[in-house]
Write a protein of this length. Structure first.
Lengths: 335, 232
């Protein structure tokens, strides 16, 4: 039997994912510094409200509240032994909402980065990373997640470890990286590099793409980069609703629902199949995005200039995919 | 590799050796940096000159290329580790010789956040620039920042956050300083991927630092201004 996401992808030519988790939980009273995953147990009603907000706004896919639910991150809150259980509950709550939605909705088990640097730069071994991800993957699977959703990854090694964990858990998966540093990930990976990496994995994702990063414009440039790499695999675009500002004591992202509606259309025209938001994207933004995707016709693939004109400029001049990335001339090199 | 390409560090004149060390730092070659530092010291260089002319100058190039999107975190980590191995030799000597100090910074990743890559880079680059750095690690509560600032008689507070769920905590720490009447005792610098300049201003920080290289520039600038005020 195929999974729920594959079935949806067979019947539709675009799907809408959800918006933010963390910033929406803030609006429900989460304090900065606290682990959102603990709310799966402490405030299951609020987590259901979060999920339902996305589903009611038209999301076909929503992510579980388990982004930081791996042992490496829960350690901070003394909850490292609870990674599997908290992830399971996150998915169980999601299953309830999806099964009563009255239409097919995919529960995607969110898997965020470990926060550690992998060998050889750092200390986290491949085997340990796989184990950390695998534990969480089993919890999400037990709770009824349809797919695993690996997100906000910076290091190709970590992406590979997560892919291996998905395979160990026999789960279909999707994976996105965060391109937040001059158009690349913090570790220097370009959109083209991710497109290439994905096809080399033994357990390939159903879809791949970008989430978070800087603003909606940068994210679209990254999507264009995936498309230019010639990938046949569905592309995911989950950009932030603008950039964060501090207003009246809380974080507010400056992207309006109208801007995100334009972003959604541009993402689809750029080649994305699964379109959603990330930080700052509320159900109000999602409703505007859904309406735009349903009513506005497809257009030609936008140019970088089109993107700049319609939703704003980029954070850097280049994203490293043009092949003429600046390199520092070396005086000499020793053997 | 052909032997004729082999460079013998100890045979290079000072100026070429220093240039070579800057290249080696750029390439993250720790052993070569240790060799270079020892050779310069044997030739009678002051530890402070080795630090500034070879290591800091080299890290400045690394920092600039990081800022300009030519180098990324892995390369900078390698360079910083090479720098560290050189610093391990120089640190005790610098203390002995009473080399000039730029200032003292207390740095940490805020409560709820374990991301320390950027914070570590800032710490290493500032040490490289001659600052004394007290690193509180990750998941730092407001009380821990305040206690360390007082204990260390620090000039600068550096806070880092990578998550939208933890960045508001920086405001909590600054508010705590304001409440205790100590906000003006320190220069407060903030950084992290989701932040921006406007955010830094809105929460009451002195500056937002886009990356580690910028953090060094801003820290130097603020310290210089502080000294000017004191002597005025």
């Amino acid at each position: 039997m195929t999974d729920a996401l594959t079935r949806l992808l067979q019947t539709r030519d675009w799907l809408m994912a959800d918006g933010a988790t963390g910033t929406n939980l803030f609006n429900m009273g989460l304090s900065s510094g606290d682990a959102p995953e603990l709310w799966n147990e402490e405030h299951p009603d609020r987590i259901r409200t979060l999920y339902k907000g996305a589903v009611d706004a038209g999301s076909d896919i929503f992510l579980t509240n388990s982004f930081g639910g791996n042992a490496a991150r829960l350690k901070l809150h003394g909850a490292q032994k609870r990674a599997r259980a908290l992830s399971r509950i996150a998915a169980e709550l999601g299953r309830d909402i999806a099964d009563t939605a009255g239409r097919p909705v995919v529960v995607a088990g969110s898997v965020g980065p470990t926060g550690e640097i992998m060998e050889p730069m750092g200390t986290l071994t491949h085997a340990d990373a796989v184990e950390i991800f695998h534990e969480q993957a089993e919890g999400l699977k037990e709770g009824g997640a349809d797919v695993l959703w690996v997100e906000t990854i910076s290091a190709p090694e970590e992406f590979r470890a997560a892919a291996e964990a998905a395979k160990l858990a026999s789960m279909p998966w999707c994976g996105t990286m965060s391109f937040d540093t001059a158009g690349r990930t913090m570790m220097g990976a370009t959109s083209a590099a991710l497109a290439e990496l994905v096809e080399k994995l033994p357990h390939k994702p159903l879809a791949f793409g970008a989430n978070c990063g800087v603003g909606a414009s940068d994210l679209l440039r990254t999507v264009l980069g995936f498309a230019a790499a010639g990938s046949e695999r569905p592309i995911i675009a989950k950009g932030n609703a603008g950039i964060p500002k501090y207003v009246h004591g809380h974080i507010h992202y400056d992207g309006t629902p109208d801007l995100m509606a334009d972003y959604a259309i541009l993402a689809r025209d750029s080649g994305a199949t699964i379109i959603g938001g990330c930080c700052g994207t509320t159900p109000e933004h999602l409703r505007a995005m859904r309406a735009a995707l349903e009513t506005r016709p497809r257009g030609p693939r936008p140019s970088l200039e089109d993107i700049t004109t319609r939703i704003g400029g980029f954070s850097s001049a280049s994203d490293g995919t043009e092949g003429d990335a600046p390199a520092r001339p070396r005086r000499r090199r020793r053997s | 590799m052909a032997d004729e390409n082999e460079l013998i560090l100890s045979e290079l004149p000072d100026d070429e050796l220093v240039t070579q060390m800057q290249d080696d730092l750029y390439d993250g070659l720790g052993e070569e940096i240790v060799d270079g530092v020892n050779i310069l010291l044997e030739r009678g260089w002051q530890p402070y000159d080795v630090l500034t002319k070879a290591l800091v100058a080299g890290m400045t190039v690394v920092g600039n290329d990081f800022r300009d999107g030519i180098l990324f975190v892995p390369e900078v980590l390698l360079a910083a580790n090479a720098m560290k191995s050189g610093m391990a030799i120089l640190k005790p000597l610098l203390a002995e010789t009473g080399a000039p100090k730029m200032g003292k910074m207390v740095i940490g990743t805020v409560k709820g956040d374990i991301h320390d890559i950027g914070k570590n880079l800032v710490g290493m680059m500032l040490e490289g620039a001659g600052f004394e750095v007290v690193d509180l690690g990750i998941n730092t509560a407001a009380e821990a920042y305040l206690e360390a600032l007082a204990r260390e008689e620090a000039d600068i507070l550096g806070m880092s956050a990578l998550l939208t769920t933890t960045m508001p905590y920086m405001k909590t720490v600054i508010d705590e300083l304001v409440e205790k009447g100590r906000r003006d005792d320190y220069i407060v610098l903030v950084g992290g991927a989701p932040l921006n300049e406007e955010f830094g201003r809105a929460i009451g920080a002195d500056a937002y630092c886009r990356d580690a290289a910028v953090a060094v520039e801003i820290a130097k600038d603020f310290i210089a201004r502080k000294h000017n005020q004191m002597s005025a």
